[in-house]
Design a protein around this ligand. Sequence first.
Ligand SMILES: [Zn+2]
Length: 337
Amino acid sequence: MPGSTGVPPIQYGYGTASKALDLSVSYAVVTMDVPWSIVGEFVATPPQKIVEPTSMTLDALESMARSIPKVEVVFGIGGGTAHDAAKFVAMQQGCRLIQIPTMIGGDAALTPPVGVRKEGRVRYIGSVPCDRVVVDYAILQNAPPELVRIGACDCLSSETALHDWRIAAGADQAAWDEAVSHDACRTLDSIRRSRFQIHDCTPRGIRAIFDGFASYAKLALDLGNDRAQEGSEHFLAYFVEFLTKRPYVHGQLLGVCLAAVAYLFGESFSGLMSTLDDMGINTDPTRIGITADILIDALVGLQDFVREGGYYYTHVHERTISRTEARESVRALTSVK
Ligand SMILES: [Zn+2]
């Protein structure tokens, strides 16, 4: 519902992007080179302004937002960075927001919170309503398949997150909600059932991922936190970003961190690895430039990181990871094929 910070409606189909961009009001576009070279050709009336976010720090976002004249609609076209930066502009201007993903790096297009980077950590500074998310199958099927499939990791994270939540509830550090956890498991099942469709990037596979995002976004609103979808696997991803000081495609990094955490804390590492494999998602950290040593350091130091960062209670809070365990976990990620 426009005007609320609920879960935005998703418009699925072929050719939906060009229809969404065929509008007679003033608009700006937050995007990157590659996505704009694809989507820009659908545009009938040029935007007032096209901006490329260079960094997600508050200063950089404010200066980007200042360069955009007052418009009625802002589009976020691309991956997570474009969606997050477009949310910031919509929040500053109070204008309508429409998100058009050209890859599926994660669930940023669907979630209302606006995140910025501060001293290497993500901080949320508000929420913004989104008019709709426009999913154009033709655009997503033209993207490199890996950059579509990996979106599923932001749903599969529910597997380790639910374990964390259960541990936290057992330690009186979180309230358990049976109905929400039941819905989260149902969403996980439907993602797993679509594994081959996700691998082939069919409309059903693409839709399964976005429906999963919408489901988890709704559960987060019902619950008032992200426990159904985010736990120690996300915290590990944030710590790797913090240590390496470079951006990643969220789903790619999350695939690695999810598998590492599932090996150490999860109940079904082999089940998860076979799902990821069927989806065509590789969890070898070196493929995305993370050395074994970095991942080992991140696992060993994770407990201090989550405590210092004030993250909510998970397995990591109560269980120290030794260097030997961390090494084994990293080996497990690279040896399963
Ligand atoms: Zn995520």
